[in-house]
Design a binder for this molecule. Structure first.
Ligand SMILES: [Zn+2]
Length: 274
């Protein structure tokens, strides 16, 4: 998502290397020797921060020591906008498109600081991209409203969707916490399956960067309680889809997610997609 923001703002003025590709879980990601070489050769390193890249801290300290500009994109968001869970700030800010727009604006400023001769170009690119993001935000809001209010409950493999829930009016529950580094226990499966069976939640969702077995276990536990919950489809939580597919961009990923959620939770009314 970060590489996509930098690419949109930088256009052909920057060469962007994304270290974490499709399906890669940033909570567990460790830099390979090749990744380290790429980082050491960079003009700027953008990362999410708020401990999303939990195993990258030492590497980032090294690159910073070497004098490479290192920028945590969540620094562009005012602290009062952060959701706090489990005593920590939730790092999954990209699911609130309005918050992500602040990341894009700050990306523009960082690129202009590093490469001031092209400041105007970065400004133009960012302005054009921001218009697309405003439209995207409206799309997500409109689609979310198709799910009747009482049915707006989103259950996924890990707690990645709280910003989404706050921005677009969904109650959100993840089987694992805000980091996948802690495994879900049997008590978590029991509690969540009880909730699903009692509330008769129609669908739960797997995530592209998290193994599916945990959500399958929840489904089986719900079935044992005499209720059938569907797997509503696959959401892109902490990684985008394959390059060259619509889901390989931030905008495409966000659209895919809301479309999948609305379908799984039996959204009503005609799709307002054009
Ligand atoms: Zn996550």
């Amino acid at each position: 998502m970060i590489a996509d923001a930098v690419t949109n703002v930088g256009g052909d003025l920057v060469e962007v290397t994304a270290l974490m590709g499709p399906g890669v879980d940033p909570h567990l990601y460790k830099a390979s020797a090749g990744d380290l070489t790429a980082m050491m050769a960079a003009d700027v390193i953008f990362f999410n921060g708020l401990h999303l890249e939990g195993k990258l801290t030492e590497v980032l300290e090294q690159t910073e020591k070497k004098g490479i500009r290192t920028h945590a994109v969540t620094e562009s968001i005012p602290p009062e906008s952060f959701i706090r869970l489990e005593g920590a700030e939730d790092p999954h800010v990209w699911f609130d498109v309005i918050l992500w727009m602040q990341v894009v604006m700050r990306t523009r400023d960082v690129l202009a600081e590093v490469d001031p001769t092209h400041g105007e170009r970065y400004e133009e690119n960012a302005a054009a991209y921001m218009e697309e993001l405003i439209e995207l935000n409206g799309y997500v809001r409109d689609q979310a409203e198709r799910v009747p209010e009482g049915q707006r409950v989103l259950i996924t493999a890990h707690d990645a969707f709280h910003y989404f829930g706050r921005a677009y009016g969904f109650e959100v529950r993840g089987l694992q916490g805000i980091s996948t580094a802690t495994e879900a226990g049997t008590a978590d499966v029991k509690e969540l399956s009880e909730f699903i069976a009692t509330q008769k939640i129609p669908a739960i969702f797997v995530e592209s960067s998290v193994p599916k077995r945990n959500i399958e276990a929840v489904r089986a536990a719900v079935k044992a309680r005499g209720f059938e919950v569907e797997i509503g489809g696959e959401l892109y939580s902490d990684a985008m889809g394959d390059p060259g597919t619509p889901e390989g961009t931030y905008i495409g990923m966000v659209r895919h997610n809301i479309d999948t959620i609305v379908k799984g939770l039996h959204g009503e009314g005609p799709s307002r997609d054009d």
